[in-house]
Design a protein around this ligand. Structure first.
Ligand code: SME
Length: 162
């Protein structure tokens, strides 16, 4: 059984610094994408304060399809370029949206979501695996510290995927 340790830090860099080795631990020795994605989403969801949804959208060669996640049931398919997830996938750059209601290109899945961060997931050969999407019920929940922290967590995820 994998023991999840309670996060003791209260500052964001400290929270991510404690979370990263736990993510590495839960992924260690396993290459199955669905298994790793499911445990990754569960770990992050329970470790981070003030989030209502986190999970994967996986690129099927045409569009993004919802993968393992925690939170309420979500939109299933998102076209590239559509919504914050589709923009992150298309531009291959992390997107932070402080107020999803003020964002013209946001796909509503959970009406509780007010802000979000989406990190693109790229394989070593540069191809798109999908995106990692985290939503919060608070406005402007995500900042540069979250970007750095989430990108480090996602790098560990991609490393484990081989
Ligand atoms: N926020 C996304 C849609 C997915 S849900 O938030 C789970 C977007 O606009 O891309």
């Amino acid at each position: 059984m994998f023991e999840v340790n309670a996060i003791t830090a209260t500052d964001k860099p400290g929270i991510y610094a404690e979370l990263l080795p736990q993510v590495r631990g839960v992924l260690h020795g396993e290459k199955n994408l669905v298994a790793n994605a499911a445990n990754f989403a569960a770990l992050v969801y329970h470790a981070l304060p003030d989030i209502n949804w986190c999970g994967f959208y996986l690129f099927d060669g045409t569009e993004l399809v919802v993968g393992p996640f925690q939170g309420r049931p979500a939109c299933i398919r998102i076209a590239l370029g559509r919504g914050v997830c589709g923009i992150a996938a298309q531009t291959r750059s992390t997107q932070i949206v402080d107020d999803v209601a003020a964002h013209s290109n946001h796909v509503y899945c959970d009406s509780a979501s007010r802000s979000e961060i989406v990190v693109p997931l790229l394989r070593a050969d540069g191809s798109l695996l999908g995106v990692w999407d985290v939503d919060s019920p608070s406005l402007a929940r995500f900042d540069a510290d979250d970007r750095a922290g989430m990108e480090a967590l996602c790098a560990a995820f991609m490393e484990a995927a081989g």
